[in-house]
Design a protein around this ligand. Structure first.
Ligand code: ZN
Ligand code: FE
Length: 257
């Protein structure tokens, strides 16, 4: 049976996501940005929380854990091995290549250093769903806070190899502002222009722009297209390596192009 997903907003612009296995009743919360909305979502769906899958140590991803655990003390916390010190008290620490299960659902752990040094993402292979945390966003990527930008680029390229039909869930609703930057980086991209119209319509209707898919991101996300000659020419970086182009894009995004 396919996994069921419930997506909702937390804090300012964080996504909360519940992943439910109808066969076993198991339910995971992807990170725990804020306890109140997560508990409300569990009440609304009638699902019982069994797991909290943590991507990285930032407070807008773990700050809700104590409040959620108060109501669901049996929920297992899964966190990156590399962040044992910064996410103490997890029940299971996981590393690259390991697999976890949520009821009958299998998820692969992929380490994606860059935004933080210990960042991991969860790929549910059968359901072709990626929970990318703050590594990869729709039309963007996270800031490279704890590693040089080329390291984050390698992490993004690892994800780019997942099946194109993979659905991508991200930590934040940043798509509109990411898209405005993407249009500056890749102004002649017709697929990007089309997508931006859809995104604007969704946001005006107060709807989420996620999930996206890897196929759509490969076509429109400049951070996955650092090897594209039109983007290189637009940056006046003909002949530069994709990692150099990615680094330049990341710096321009930080400064506000
Ligand atoms: Zn973060
Ligand atoms: Fe975040």
């Amino acid at each position: 049976m396919a996994a069921q997903i419930h997506q909702f907003m937390c804090l300012e612009d964080n996504f909360g996501v519940l992943i439910h296995d109808p066969a076993t009743g198991a339910t995971a919360s992807m990170d725990a940005p804020e306890a109140g909305p997560i508990l409300a979502a569990l009440k609304e769906t009638g699902w019982t929380l069994t797991d909290i899958l943590v991507t990285h140590h930032h407070n807008d991803h773990i700050g809700g854990i104590p409040g959620v655990k108060e109501k669901f003390p049996g929920a297992r916390i899964v966190a990156p091995s590399k962040d044992k010190d910064r996410i103490p008290g997890a029940d299971l620490y996981v590393s690259e290549g390991e697999k976890i299960t949520v009821g009958g659902l299998n998820a692969h752990i992929i380490e994606t250093p860059g935004h933080t040094s210990g960042h991991i993402v969860y790929f549910f292979e059968e359901d072709k769903m990626l929970f990318a945390g703050d590594t990869l966003f729709a039309l963007g990527c996270g800031r490279a806070f704890e590693a040089p930008a080329p390291v984050l680029y390698e992490s993004c390229m690892k994800l780019a190899k997942l099946p194109p039909e993979t659905k991508i869930f991200c930590g934040h609703e940043y798509t509109l502002s990411n898209g405005q930057f993407a249009l500056k980086a890749d102004p002649a991209n017709a697929a990007l222009q089309e997508r931006m119209k859809e995104i604007q319509a969704l946001r005006e209707a107060g709807k989420a722009t996620l999930p996206t898919t890897m196929a759509v991101e490969l076509e429109t996300n400049p951070f996955l297209r650092a090897g594209n000659t039109a983007i290189q020419a637009n940056l006046e970086m003909n002949g530069a390596s994709p990692a150099e182009v990615f680094t330049e894009l990341r710096e321009r995004k930080n400064k506000g192009w």
